[in-house]
Design a protein around this ligand. Structure first.
Ligand SMILES: [Fe+2]
Ligand SMILES: [Fe+2]
Length: 172
């Protein structure tokens, strides 16, 4: 049987796009979406293969606790502050909304992890539906608007600074 973590391995790995921060954000969104889909499958698998379901959930949590958390820090600590001086009121509100969504998703994610810890499938299902719905919509709005703003506003030296911070955050 293929180890669960291996199912998610992709060519290039997480460091492949760190030289190009906006590409890295988009690639990371695809990796997060893969974990959301796997967490949905856990709900379907819960009764038929409880051990496999728990292994898959644990693998997703390992990714989200490390790469997922770093992704949020990349946005909040490296990207948003460099955009704020140069964007309009609507776009400033959009960044505030993204930060609120990060906090809301973190809260739902903690509840989801607690449901898994308690082996509580009835509590897991609505929480995974909520997390997937909120985070997919969050990602879609970032792919559309945030990336466009980044391309428009960020200068090559700023992109290089973001890239350096992303690497430092990952101990590279
Ligand atoms: Fe985000
Ligand atoms: Fe993001």
């Amino acid at each position: 049987m293929i180890p669960v973590d291996q199912l998610f391995q992709q060519r290039g790995g997480a460091s492949g796009t760190l030289e190009s921060p906006l590409d890295h954000l988009v690639a990371c969104h695809r990796r997060i979406e893969a974990r959301l889909a796997a967490l949905e499958r856990v709900a379907a698998q819960w009764n038929s293969d409880p051990r496999g379901a728990l292994d898959t959930a644990a693998s997703c949590f390992r990714f989200l606790d490390t790469s997922g958390a770093l992704h949020t820090r990349d946005e909040e600590e490296s990207i948003f502050p460099r955009l704020r001086p140069w964007i309009n009121q609507f776009e400033l509100c959009f960044l505030d909304k993204l930060e609120h969504e990060h906090a809301d998703a973190d809260q739902t994610y903690l509840e989801l992890k607690s449901a898994v810890q308690a082996r509580d499938g009835a509590r897991y299902r609505p929480l995974v539906n909520k997390l997937c719905e909120m985070y997919r919509s969050h990602i879609a709005s970032e792919d559309a608007l945030l990336i466009e703003m980044g391309k428009r506003v960020l200068t090559p030296p700023e992109l290089a600074g973001i890239s350096a911070e992303m690497k430092l955050r990952r101990g590279l």
